[in-house]
Design a protein around this ligand. Structure first.
Ligand SMILES: NC(=O)C1=CN([C@@H]2O[C@H](COP(=O)(O)OP(=O)(O)OC[C@H]3O[C@@H](n4cnc5c(N)ncnc54)[C@H](O)[C@@H]3O)[C@@H](O)[C@H]2O)C=CC1
Ligand SMILES: O=C(CO)COP(=O)(O)O
Length: 335
């Protein structure tokens, strides 16, 4: 393959994906928002800000110029946090040629507009550029992928040929990529699992047990699925890697930033203090509010998301939130 690839965003996931491709011998340019990070990666070939201890492959080059990262590329991987994606895309829009394959690897719902990342791309980019959109999602902690621990993810696009191209591009012996055509389901699954992971963290932080966590995962999946269906997603997607797969990982894995935020809340820390000591992004904090508002707008019942929103943003005590969830009206089990 002789594809030229730009990766936009040098956080832990962008650096990991860029490095995975460079390890395959591909020509990859990684754009970092922080100029000093570009200097550091050039000098040391390590991203100590976001991915310490992982050596970066020789084929990987670094830039602080979006033009250099995006111009004349065949694939552009978008890995900026979802709340800044629109601003980054607006700068990219005049630089992109029709036919470049866009791969969104970011997981979130824009707070101001309640749009998923495919919708933000469609709104900001010229139609001939936004057409080749795909989303790469699934259970994939950056550090484990960097250490080449076997991982399976999904590449979704409305155009099956685009999904197949992304599958071929990213597949390695330790990174297995499935295709899917349900972009909405994959976007919603990836975004909402972060909110449920905050809930699972809160439960762990309160010292609650495995029963509680299992209940949150299962009923969390039900409400994710309900919202997805109301937006045109397919139910099977939520039983797959971008739904249940990522939900289980993030609700149980110690590497999850979202679960960690929840644990600290459950232990009594204030959100501002938790975020103040984090350099990395926990997308679920903002997506809890986006999802809460989407649920109200669409009339979909999302009780766990609602409680996470209230604990995060309305100072509801975590124990009270648990009590309110447990004493809701009794009902039949359903999606
Ligand atoms: N880290 C992981 O294991 C995975 C992360 N993701 C998703 O990837 C996306 C990016 O997350 P990470 O790479 O983990 O980031 P990170 O949390 O490691 O680093 C923060 C990132 O935000 C960037 N940033 C901060 N302010 C910015 C601004 N104003 N404009 C542009 N960029 C800015 C930083 O440069 C850095 O790239 C998120 O949506 C996350 O949910 C998806 C799968 C796995
Ligand atoms: O999306 C992820 C794994 O698939 C990463 O989760 P966190 O952002 O909670 O660390």
């Amino acid at each position: 393959m002789s594809e030229r690839i730009g990766v936009i965003g040098a956080g832990s996931w962008g650096t990991t994906l860029a490095n995975l491709l460079a390890r395959k011998g591909l020509d990859v340019t990684l754009w970092a928002y922080e100029a000093e990070l570009v200097e550091e990666m050039r000098a040391t070939r390590v991203n100590s800000f976001f991915l310490p201890g992982i050596e970066l492959a020789p084929g990987l080059s670094f830039t602080n110029s979006l033009e250099e990262a995006a111009a004349r590329k065949d694939f552009l991987v978008l890995v900026s946090p979802s709340q800044v994606m629109r601003g980054v895309l607006a700068q990219l829009a005049p630089l992109l040629r029709a036919g470049v394959v866009l791969v969104n690897a970011s997981k979130g719902i824009e707070l101001d507009t309640l749009m998923t990342m495919d919708q933000v791309c469609a709104a900001v980019l010229p139609p001939e550029v936004a057409r080749c959109f795909s989303v790469l999602s699934g259970p994939s902690f950056a550090r484990e992928v960097s250490l080449e621990m076997p991982t399976a993810v999904v590449a979704a696009s409305g155009d099956a040929a685009v999904a197949a191209a992304v599958q071929r591009l990213f597949t390695t012996p330790s990174f297995r990529v499935y295709t899917n055509t349900d972009v909405v389901g994959v976007e919603i699954g990836g975004a909402l699992k972060n909110v449920i992971a905050v809930a699972a963290g809160i439960s762990d932080g309160l010292g609650l047990g495995h029963n509680t966590r299992a209940a949150l995962i299962t009923r969390g999946l039900a409400e994710m699925t309900r919202l997805g269906l109301s937006m045109g997603a397919q139910a099977e997607t939520f039983a797959g890697l971008a739904g249940m797969g990522d939900l289980v990982l993030t609700c149980t894995g110690d590497l999850s930033r979202n679960r960690t935020v929840g644990m600290k809340l459950g232990q009594g820390m204030k959100l501002a203090d938790i975020l103040g000591e984090m350099r990395m992004v926990a997308e679920g904090v903002k997506t809890a509010e986006s999802a809460y508002r989407l649920a109200r707008r669409t009339g979909v019942e999302m009780p766990i998301t609602e409680k996470v929103y209230q604990v995060l943003h309305e100072d509801k005590p975590a124990r009270q939130a648990v009590m309110e969830l447990m004493t809701r009206d009794l009902k039949a089990e359903r999606w």
